[in-house]
Every structure is written in structure tokens, then in C-alpha cells.
Design a protein around this ligand. Sequence first.
Ligand code: SF4
Ligand code: SF4
Length: 260
Amino acid sequence: MDTSRREFLKLGGACALGLALLPAVKGFAAGTGSPQHLASPKALQGKRWGLVIDMKKCWPRYQEGCRRCFDTCRREHNIPVIDNSKEEIKWIWPEPFANAFPDQEHEFIPADVKDNPFIVLCNHCDNPPCVRVCPTKATFKRPDGIVMIDYHRCIGCRYCMAACPYGARSFNFRDPRPYIKETNPAYPTREKGVVEKCTLCVERIDTGLPPACVEACPAGALAFGDLEDPASPVRQLLKTRYTLQRKPELGTHPSVYYIV
Ligand code: SF4
Ligand code: SF4
């Protein structure tokens, strides 16, 4: 195990223990992976982070070939490119409406909604079934709502994958490192046998930055903010625009909303 990963895992373990032993630790910082994980005075403060994704803003760019959110996330987080649908690792990816919102499909859905892809990722559910089933507590929810994975505790049982109704988790069936196009030394790599997924860019939030996909989108289609703060950008959008959540009937309470 390389040093950066070890430090990252140590931090994850501390988080899982409720940060009680390390009150100054807020997350992991970009950098060498060494213990720079002290609370940054710049850390964004939120009670429940969420995203509102405006697909109407995304689609024109997507049709022109824009893939900035996917590419930026992949680059920042050392996500391997494995051309095998059974083994691929996905943090943020496109899905057709029928897959993203299977329960909300009907014959009169407008063509643009039906025929264009939706950007999907972990919903950072407020009531996450993945957390409940994890036998080692490797998956846990932070006080700010971000659902995390402690790779050190993950035993690869994949119960969380079975529990997630959104297919938001991927399993490393093989060592992912040879499949990383260009390794970002500021972010830990993972190993064979662990589950991974979107972290809502916790490493950026804890140093005062919005998620990378939000920042990368040239159309400004992704809004990020505190769902508990009525003045936040996400609450402003939710107040003024009609939005959808994925599979709301399951009671998972997704923190990702869609404008269509
Ligand atoms: S989308 Fe899936 S992985 Fe993410 S919090 Fe919800 S149940 Fe867990
Ligand atoms: S929030 Fe961060 S980790 Fe999640 S999909 Fe966007 S870029 Fe990737």
C-alpha cells in the first residue's frame, strides 16, 4: 500500500469513528496525501450538501460533444478506464431517462427528455440504504450528508452495491491502477477488492472549493449548495423550478435534483 493511500485510509477510519479522536480532521486535502487533513478555515460549511442539475442547460453542450464533468471527475479522482461494462468504474456518467427515472416514464414524455442523457452519480441519500447494510461500517454518512467509503474497512462484500437502488457504486474487480490514464498524485488510488463511488468531492469541499464537476461545467448546469440553507443556490433553484428526484418512492431521500 502506498503512503498516500495509507494516510487517506487512516483519515477515513477516523471519520468513521465520528472524528471524536481527531477533532481537527475535516477530510483529506489535495496535496501529497500526507496528513494535511487539518480543518481548513476555508472549509465550506453545510448541514446537508446537494446538487441541482439543470439538464436543459446541459443538453445543448452535450450534443456538441462536451464531457467536461465526466472527464474532470475521472482525472481528479484517478478513476480507471476499463472497457468492460461488468468491471468499469463509474462515479458520474450519462444514463437515458428510462434508466434514470424508470418509474416516471410514460408515452407522452417530450422527445428531448426521452432522447437525451441524464447526468447521474451517487445521490448522497439522506436515508442511504448502502450505509445500513455495510457489515463493517466502511460506508458512512458525514454530518454534512456526504456518503463516504472507508477503503481500509471495506471487505469487498458488495452488500452496499446490492442495496443501492441507483447503481452508483462500482467494485474494483482488478487492480485499477494500470488503467488510470494519467495519475493525479494529489489524490489516492484504490486497490483491487474495494467498492468506490462519487464522494461529492469531499476533498475540495473541505478546502473551500465546490465539486469539480460543478466548477468544470461550461454551461453552469450543476448547482451545489446546502439544502438546509434557504438562501443557498440549490434552494433558490428548488424554490423556483420544477425538479425531479430519482426513485423518490423508495424513501432514500436523494440529495441530487434534476431540472428538465
Ligand atoms: S445513491 Fe446509492 S451509494 Fe449513494 S447514498 Fe444512495 S444508496 Fe448509497
Ligand atoms: S461531485 Fe466530485 S466526485 Fe462526485 S461526480 Fe462530481 S466531480 Fe465526481
